[in-house]
Write a protein that binds this ligand. Structure first.
Ligand SMILES: C[S@@+](CC[C@H](N)C(=O)[O-])C[C@H]1O[C@@H](n2cnc3c(N)ncnc32)[C@H](O)[C@@H]1O
Length: 296
């Protein structure tokens, strides 16, 4: 049987010499933190018809509290409509396109506002079409029917089936919808290096939007000098990050929190267990050097 992500992270961690520089106490705290992150998803049985559960990442595609549509509207679409209102042509990059709910709802709303929309969606796999009983079903269904390449009057939509880290495009985007699984389970999509690749394909004043508030992701965005805004939470406890590429903006880095260091993937093809174990070793080396254990 294939090893779980947790097993692979633990093996990689214990094969890294730096792990043994940590005191036994810190090794123990680190292993406990990882156990918490990779604990079985208690919601596995609570299956929603219009949602998909990914066995490998041990997560649902969409929030099971709000469901796919409310999540798409509240986290990805409503926060950006005002910012896009002056543009007549909008280029969208859809990272982790999954069921195409975020991109489908955004396309539907923008077309309704009279805009022209060009979308590039990218994912490692494409699930079967799932109807959501919403007006945006039509545009998503058209995409499936046209074999994932649409070229109509005001909408072009191309789907690329590969690891998003291999993305190569000349298109510059007005908005990036960033929707991987959670950062510590799906780190390939949340490293400084991958975010830099996206940054280079974003127009000035462009928008990067996700659902996470992860400290490492936040600090990577700050390193890239994105201007960070927070969107009030819906169906979860924490706000989500929206980042704007504002020329000459300088961000502050959070040096108070050892978890607020970037995850790294310099070659853009590092195994996810390596990204995670490298990150946590660096976090705990920092903690043990500069932070008192009593603060944990
Ligand atoms: C939370 S789901 C996305 C839901 C989707 N945005 C929607 O509207 O239905 C995360 C997606 O990220 C994809 N993914 C994870 N790692 C990836 C990678 N390295 N490259 C491309 N896609 C990836 C998964 O296959 C999955 O479809």
């Amino acid at each position: 049987m294939e090893k779980s992500l947790k097993e692979r992270v633990l093996i990689t961690l214990k094969n890294d010499k730096r792990f043994y520089i940590l005191s036994e106490r810190y090794q123990e705290i680190l292993l406990k933190e990882l156990s918490n992150i990779y604990k079985e998803n208690a919601n596995t049985l609570n299956k929603d018809q219009a949602n998909i559960y990914d066995e490998y990442y041990n997560e649902f595609y969409h929030s099971i509290t709000t469901g796919p549509l409310e999540e798409a509207y509240s986290k990805f679409v409503n926060p950006v409509l005002g910012l896009l209102k002056e543009k007549s042509v909008i280029n969208v990059l859809d990272i982790g396109s999954g069921m195409f709910v975020n991109s489908g709802v955004l396309a539907y709303k923008l077309l309704k506002l009279g805009k022209s929309v060009n979308i590039i969606s990218i994912d490692k796999k494409i699930p079967p079409f799932i109807a959501l009983n919403h007006d945006s079903d039509e545009v998503r269904y058209m995409l499936y029917k046209s074999n994932f390449y649409l070229n109509s009057n005001r909408l072009t939509w191309q789907v690329i089936l590969e690891d998003a880290r291999a993305l190569k495009t000349n298109m510059m985007f007005d908005i990036i919808l960033h929707d991987g699984f959670s950062p510590y389970r799906n780190p390939s999509l949340w490293t400084l290096d991958f975010l830099y690749l996206l940054y280079k394909n974003l127009k000035e004043e462009g928008i990067w939007i996700s659902y996470t508030s992860n400290k490492s992701v936040q600090s990577s965005l700050s390193f890239l000098n994105f201007k960070i805004d927070f969107i009030a939470p819906v169906g979860r406890k924490r706000p989500s990050i929206m980042a704007l590429k504002i020329p000459k903006h300088k961000s502050n880095i959070d040096f108070q929190n050892p978890h607020a260091i970037p995850m790294r993937d310099i070659t853009l093809n590092t195994d996810e267990e390596k990204i995670i174990s490298d990150y946590f070793i660096r976090v705990y080396l920092l903690k043990s050097k500069y932070y008192s254990p009593s603060k944990d």
